[in-house]
Design a protein around this ligand. Structure first.
Ligand code: NDP
Length: 282
């Protein structure tokens, strides 16, 4: 039997509806909308599209957006100065620096200047550390979205065998911690893992975030598993994931499509982070 497709757009719409309700109530209480500031440096085509999507999502859900589109020649000093201004701006509840930054700008240095309370992407060391310690924090949007996608299937995360392929700071590590927090038994695989198939074949939940098109095929997946494909690979203008949909959907119980899976839910979770940040600062 073919796997059920997890509809990321539908789940994102439900999250956004809740965000809008909370944002409207916030507006009534405070006489102003919540606000997100987005900093885009340079003219990377894909980054431009991501920023546009995030801004549209804010505007459609009662959140103000302030876009700072800076030339690729902008200095690190100027970006940091802007971030400090936004940190002190009471109309701004969340700040996001679109990555990647041009090579002359040190990403970690720039990000470290964002106030921990306005860290809309949840990338700061303090927020990542709080996630590890189990303290309240602003968490990275994609991992939070993945948890929502898994929950939507009705599977019990508690006690499940979860395998994560990829160990990046923005996807692999935080999703592993969130699954652990939800009481899954978590195995992390990466490019140095010998025969990751030995792990994936036993996974009730399989999260793949490698950026390697079609890395996971049906023979590597446990029957009935929940498969979350985070990958976004462009091939001839077409977007495809890290999972070979054709073969995996014949084995898995649930699977996210690319596009239409993790991507839309990531944007919805960004809005949720702005609400979280605004309510903490209220
Ligand atoms: P990174 O390149 O930072 O990390 C990739 C990870 O995959 C690394 O840990 C790497 O291992 C591992 N890896 C690569 N090749 C293999 C392999 N053959 N076998 C096992 N592990 C492997 O990527 P990101 O985590 O930032 O992103 C991953 C994918 O998810 C990309 O396609 C990205 O575009 C997409 N993405 C999608 C988002 C969305 O909103 N839909 C958001 C963020 C990312 P090692 O550490 O050993 O090098």
């Amino acid at each position: 039997m073919s796997a059920q497709i997890i509809d990321g757009r539908k789940i994102a719409a439900e999250i956004k509806a809740q965000v809008k309700k909370e944002a409207e109530e916030y507006l009534k209480r405070n006489g102003r909308k919540m606000g997100l500031a987005v900093i885009l440096v340079g003219d990377d085509f894909a980054s431009g599209i991501y920023v546009r999507n995030k801004i549209d999502a804010c505007n459609e859900n009662c959140i103000n957006s302030y876009a700072y589109k800076l030339p690729a020649t902008t200095t690190e000093h100027d970006i940091i100065e802007l971030i400090h201004r936004l940190n002190n701006d009471e109309t701004v509840d969340g700040i996001l620096v679109q990555l990647p930054l041009p090579p002359h700008i040190r990403q970690n240095v720039v990000l470290s200047h964002i106030s921990v309370y306005k860290d809309a992407d949840g990338f700061l060391a303090e927020n990542a550390g709080n996630l590890m310690l189990g303290n309240p924090s602003l968490n990275a949007c994609t991992p939070c979205g993945i948890i929502e996608l898994i929950r939507s299937t009705g599977i019990n995360i508690d006690g499940a065998n979860a395998v994560v392929i990829g160990r990046s700071n923005i996807v692999g590590k935080p999703i592993s911690l969130l699954l652990l927090e939800n009481h899954a038994t978590v195995t992390m695989c990466h490019s140095h893992t010998a025969n990751f198939v030995n792990f994936t074949r036993h996974a009730d939940i399989l999260v793949v975030a490698t950026g390697q098109k079609g890395l996971i095929t049906g023979d590597m997946v446990k029957k009935g598993a929940v498969v979350i494909d985070v990958g976004m690979n462009r091939e001839g203008g077409k977007l495809c994931g890290d999972v070979d949909m054709e073969s995996v959907k014949e084995v898995a119980g649930f699977i996210t499509p690319v596009p239409g899976g993790v991507g839309p839910v990531t944007v919805a979770m960004l809005l949720k982070n702005i609400v979280k940040a605004a309510l903490r600062l209220e």
